[in-house]
Each structure stands twice: as structure tokens, then as C-alpha cells.
Design a binder for this molecule. Structure first.
Ligand code: MLT
Length: 263
């Protein structure tokens, strides 16, 4: 489905009825990464999953895309499809940074948070320099080199031999990200603020999920979020890396469903 927003058209999934659950994808991915969640959870919830600007089937706009801008896009999307009740927001990695920005800017619209494979901290100076290198690479050579360098880190080392089909699927999802979209997101990621100080102000039910074999974001980042958010729940998943929702879909869905039942 596609909806026209003031600045661009956004592609999205909208399935099921009841409590809305908004899925926000990571970088450089799109809503297809939530397929195992959408096809299971829509039976008891209204599952929403947009493609962020410049990702998947949503057209790019001029760079940069700050996390605040992408969070506001999600709010504009909810308005456009007529969702006025508070939503549970589930973001993975960059989607988690956007989820924290959404909470900061649209607090009254949040019924709960699910933070997967993410961190509250900002980029380190080294991380920022790497973003600049990636931007240069994309401008010179297109999206492909970034896809090639990220793919071996997106999942647990074991997943590459146990689920080669999943590796191919993830590669295809990443490969459709437009160069403009990549540059926009990379520049926004680089400039995102440190959200650690706001963790103590979060007063909605919060679930934190992290793969024990995440090669991109260490488990200790999830522990920092857990320590910062009062009454939050932390689940560490075995045999799962950065894309834990795809690597352990049944377990991920079960933990999410159990959390949602408590709301
Ligand atoms: C993601 O998966 O969204 C990215 O790895 C996040 C990041 O690069 O910080």
C-alpha cells in the first residue's frame, strides 16, 4: 500500500485490527524485514510497518534524514492513516534510535516500547568517521559496497551456515535501498543525539530484545538501556545476531506477544 504524505509517498503494511503496533525498520533495510512478525501478529493486533523515506518502496528526499525527522514521518504516517490511539512502537537498530526520538517528540502517542538490537548512545568519533567513509563510498560507487560490507555482520556468525536462504533474503532487502536513501540515513545516524539521559524519563512499559551474537551492537548497550528504563524487561536471545527477529522469529514473536498481553 502507498499513502501520499506532504513531502513524499510512503509505502507501508497495515494488517489486522485492534491495538496498533508500529514496526520501524533498521538501516539499510525496509518493511520486508518484519515479514515474520507481520504474518503472525496481525491476527491479534493492527500491525503497521512503513518503509522510511529513501528505503524500500518509499521515495528518497534530500539528505540528511535526522532521527527526529524520521520519527516525525512516522507520526505523519499515523495521522494520514487515521490512527489516533496510542501505539506500541517496535524499532530495531536505527529503528530503535527513531523509536526513542518518537517517544521524545510524541510521548502522548506511545502505549509501549519495544527496543530491539539498538543503543541509546550516540556515534563515537570513530563511528562518525566511518559514516563519512560510507557516504563517500555510496556517492562514488552506489549502494553495493555498503551492502557487501554490512551483510557479513548483520546476523550471528552461525546463521551464515545454518540459514543461507536468510542471508540471501537480507542481501536482497538491503540491495533495494537507493543511494540517496543511504546517504540521507547515514548522515542522520552520524548526527543523532545521545539518548542515555532520557531513559530515566520513560514511563511506558518497555521490552528490550537483543541477540547474544550481535556483531554490530554489543549486548552491553541493551543492558545500559535496561538499567536506564525503570521496570523494563530485557530478553537476550541465543543463536541470534543483529537481525534477531529474522534469525529467531518464533521466539521473538512469542516474547513480543507475551509483553503485549501485559499492557
Ligand atoms: C541498523 O541496523 O539500523 C544499523 O546498523 C544502525 C547503525 O548503523 O547504527
Amino acid at each position: 500500500m502507498k499513502i501520499t504524505l506532504p513531502e513524499f509517498s510512503m509505502a507501508y503494511e497495515d494488517q489486522g485490527h485492534g491495538q496498533p503496533l508500529l514496526f520501524i525498520h533498521g538501516f539499510p533495510l525496509n518493511r520486508q524485514m518484519w515479514q515474520p512478525q507481520i504474518e503472525t501478529l496481525y491476527t491479534s493486533l493492527r500491525v503497521l510497518a512503513p518503509d522510511l523515506r529513501g528505503h524500500g518502496e518509499t521515495q528518497p528526499t534530500h539528505a540528511p534524514y535526522s532521527m527526529d525527522m524520521l520519527a516525525d514521518d512516522c507520526a505523519t504516517f499515523l495521522d494520514a492513516i487515521g490512527v489516533t490511539q496510542p501505539v506500541v512502537v517496535c524499532g530495531l537498530s536505527m529503528g530503535g534510535y527513531i523509536t526513542l526520538a518518537f517517544y521524545r517528540r510524541h510521548h502522548a502517542r506511545v502505549a509501549g516500547l519495544i527496543l530491539a538490537a539498538t543503543r541509546a548512545s550516540a556515534d563515537t568519533p570513530e563511528g562518525k568517521a566511518n559514516r563519512d567513509k560510507s557516504v563517500e563510498q555510496v556517492r562514488e560507487l552506489g549502494s553495493q559496497p555498503v551492502v557487501a560490507s554490512m551483510l557479513p555482520k548483520m546476523m550471528a556468525p552461525s546463521t551464515y551456515s545454518t540459514h543461507p536462504d536468510l542471508v540471501t533474503r537480507v542481501q536482497k532487502i538491503m540491495a533495494v535501498t537507493s543511494p540517496e536513501g543511504m546517504v540521507g540515513a547515514l548522515l542522520g545516524l552520524k548526527e543523532r543525539p545521545d539518548s542515555t539521559a532520557m531513559l530515566g524519563q520513560i514511563d511506558v512499559p518497555t521490552l528490550i530484545l537483543h541477540g547474544l551474537d550481535d556483531q554490530l551492537i554489543p549486548v552491553k548497550e541493551a543492558e545500559v538501556i535496561h538499567a536506564g528504563i525503570k521496570n523494563s524487561h530485557l530478553h537476550l536471545l541465543q543463536d541470534a545476531g543483529h537481525l534477531l527477529n529474522l534469525e529467531q522469529p518464533a521466539l521473538f514473536n512469542q516474547v513480543v506477544a507475551d509483553f503485549l498481553e501485559t499492557l
